[in-house]
Design a protein around this ligand. Structure first.
Ligand SMILES: CC(=O)N[C@@H]([C@@H](O)[C@H](O)[C@H](O)CO)[C@@H](O)CC(=O)C(=O)O
Length: 303
């Protein structure tokens, strides 16, 4: 089995709303076209950045369909199907399979703190529902569940498990998962703030929530790592981190800020769904500054 199609820069896809806050097919497809034009290797649809937690099942299925309509055959498509119940996750998984997604992925169960046996069964039940490959999602800071190397090893006994999207902060976790999985397993770096260090510690690729706002910079950072130019890779990561810190320091949520920047880069995907907070008039000047930081970094490293 080749895992090459999962390598590279895979932006976490955003929820695209119309001006009334409903899922917008047209705006979803605009974001698809923008990402295709930027040359990213794939997209991760319906995860945290897709605001999956604030959408109902029909909306999530619609988003999976719109993205597949536009991008199937053009890049790698991963469907995040994590949901509060196993039943809903399976429905999403079956839908993604009919649309030709390349792989499924899911966070562990949320809200109730369940024993590890229940987490294992949740992931296994989803895997059994379709023939698709599966990518475990480790994001302890939002789910309260920490994937251990031992559990990852146990999951790997199922041949459908091809890897892990690791969003925990220690890059040592990436090294441990890679050690357990070896070359036949793909490990994705999750925290964008340490993309370069995650790659150096063994991540084969990256899935990230800020990639789409500055894909040029992550694509270039990945090239620097691949060619062993670690000094300049560290510098571009430092500039990326200035941008992420600025995106996270507004009154509006990071995703609201990201969407406003995207709007200024020519793609209108609407705003965020409550309880996430939209941007305020006070956020406008800092967003102008963020635009400048992105443009300057692209000029510095990519042209
Ligand atoms: C907690 C969280 O959302 N983490 C993001 C990061 O990419 C994050 O947006 C970035 O590092 C900025 O903090 C990803 O790991 C997850 C993600 O984007 C997704 O599942 O859609």
């Amino acid at each position: 089995m080749t895992l090459k199609k999962f390598h590279g820069i895979l932006p976490a896809f955003y929820a695209c709303y119309d001006d009334q806050g409903n899922i917008s097919e047209a705006r979803t497809k605009d974001l698809c076209n923008y990402l295709f034009d930027k040359g990213v290797q794939g997209v991760y649809v319906g995860g945290s950045s897709g605001e999956c937690i604030y959408q109902n099942l029909e909306e999530r299925k619609a988003v999976l369909s719109y993205v597949a309509d536009q991008l199937k055959g053009k890049m790698t498509l991963i469907a995040h199907v994590g949901a509060p119940s196993t039943r809903d996750s399976i429905e999403l998984a079956k839908h993604a399979a009919t649309l030709g997604y390349d792989a499924l992925s899911a966070i562990p169960p949320i809200y109730f703190k369940l024993p590890e046996s229940a987490v294992y069964k949740y992931w296994t039940d989803i895997m059994e529902a379709t023939p698709l490959d599966f990518i475990i999602y480790n994001i302890p800071q939002t789910t309260g569940y920490t994937l251990t190397p031992a559990m990852f090893q146990k999951l790997l006994a199922n041949k459908k498990v091809i890897g892990v999207k690791n969003s925990s902060m220690p890059t040592m976790d990436i090294e441990r998962f890679k050690k357990v999985g070896g070359d036949n397993v793909i490990v994705f770096n999750g925290p964008d703030e340490q993309f370069v260090s995650g790659r150096i510690m063994g991540a084969d690729a990256g899935i990230g929530g800020t990639y789409a706002v500055m894909p040029e910079l992550f694509l270039q950072a990945n090239e620097f790592v691949k060619s062993g130019k670690f000094d300049v890779a560290r510098q571009i990561q430092s500039d990326i981190n200035e941008i992420i810190i600025a995106l996270c320091s507004l009154q509006g949520s990071m995703y609201a800020a990201i969407k406003e920047v995207l709007n200024r880069r020519g793609v209108n995907v609407g705003s965020v769904r409550a309880p996430l907070e939209g941007i305020t008039s006070e956020d406008i000047a800092p967003i102008e500054d963020i635009m400048k930081l992105i443009d300057q970094a692209i000029e510095r490293y990519c042209e």
